[in-house]
Design a protein around this ligand. Structure first.
Ligand code: R1P
Ligand code: GUN
Length: 268
């Protein structure tokens, strides 16, 4: 079992910020940390026993600071299973957040839109998940320090929190959509036939992250909400090749609305 307490202590020793919220930033969404006040970055490579980020658009550092008046810690770069990390390493940060005393988490990602009413640039609140990667970070002996053997997954996110965010966002002219996120391992993008199968299964968007983080957060009792930035329509929906550069570019195009939504999630 990992010593998450030690990792949390290392992090807290290096900053005066006592974060109240944690933020996981998806592909191309790391720009958000530029808006933090009194910010302070700690690279993952400075933390012994911590995994490293390898994906373009994921800087590989924690950024601590103030955003919308709240003390936050952001992961500017997350860990994906396809990078070759052990599934338990993918969720290490969640248990470190728990040890830091954080009880609220905002997860973000870039995702391919399966639901045909979505378009690139949409911001979609995740209201349910499908695990089509068939990996689970809780496999192995249960870490009794953090949660039960069989965590309930009937509500993956905090709906009261989400409803407040939706109301405030709407009053500020931002309409959020809702959807079910399906997790696949990647790193190859999907085939059109796979997307048809996921659509038939009830998925609205697809990506290669987030679900293990949600499972770990439910396990250790961290409240969360999660947002996908639809960066492209999923394979086969348009007659178009998928490239990661476009994912990063679209994520950056919706900068303004996306950072407002995250700000609202901190305020409400
Ligand atoms: O989920 P995030 O980290 O936003 O990244 C998404 O974008 C990458 C593919 O373009 C994959 O890593 C996918 O999961
Ligand atoms: N798996 C997957 N991940 C993505 N991340 C951003 N877009 C996509 C996509 O179309 N498929």
């Amino acid at each position: 079992m990992k010593d998450y307490k030690k990792l949390a202590k290392h992090l807290l020793e290096r900053t005066n910020v006592k974060p109240e919220f944690a933020l996981i930033l998806g592909s191309g969404l790391g720009y958000l940390t530029k808006y933090f006040e009194d910010s302070h970055a700690i690279s993952y490579s400075e933390l012994e026993g911590f995994p490293q980020s390898t994906v373009e658009g994921h800087a590989g550092r924690f950024v601590l600071g103030k955003f919308h008046g709240k003390n936050v810690i952001a992961m500017d770069g997350r860990f994906h299973y396809y990078e070759g990390h052990e599934i338990k390493d993918v969720v290490t940060p969640i248990y470190v957040f728990k040890e830091m005393g954080i009880s609220r988490l905002i997860i973000t990602n870039a995702a391919g839109g399966i639901n045909r009413s979505f378009e690139p640039g949409d911001i979609v609140a995740i209201t349910d998940i499908i695990n089509f990667a068939f990996r689970n970070p809780l496999i192995g002996p249960n870490d009794e320090r953090y949660g039960v053997r069989f965590p309930d997954m009937s509500k993956t996110i905090d709906f009261d929190w989400l409803e407040k965010v939706e109301k405030t966002a709407e009053s500020r002219g931002i309409k959020l959509k809702r959807g079910t996120y399906v997790w696949v391992t990647g790193p190859s993008y999907e085939t059109p036939a796979e997307i048809k199968a996921y659509e038939f299964s009830g998925a609205d968007m697809v990506g290669m992250s987030t679900v293990p983080e949600i499972i770990a957060a439910r396990h250790c009792g961290i409240n969360l909400i999660a947002f996908s930035c639809i960066t492209n329509m999923a394979s086969g929906i348009l007659d178009k090749k998928l490239v990661h550069e476009e994912v990063v570019q679209t994520a950056q195009r919706v900068k303004s609305a996306f950072s407002k939504v995250v700000g609202i999630a901190l305020e409400v």
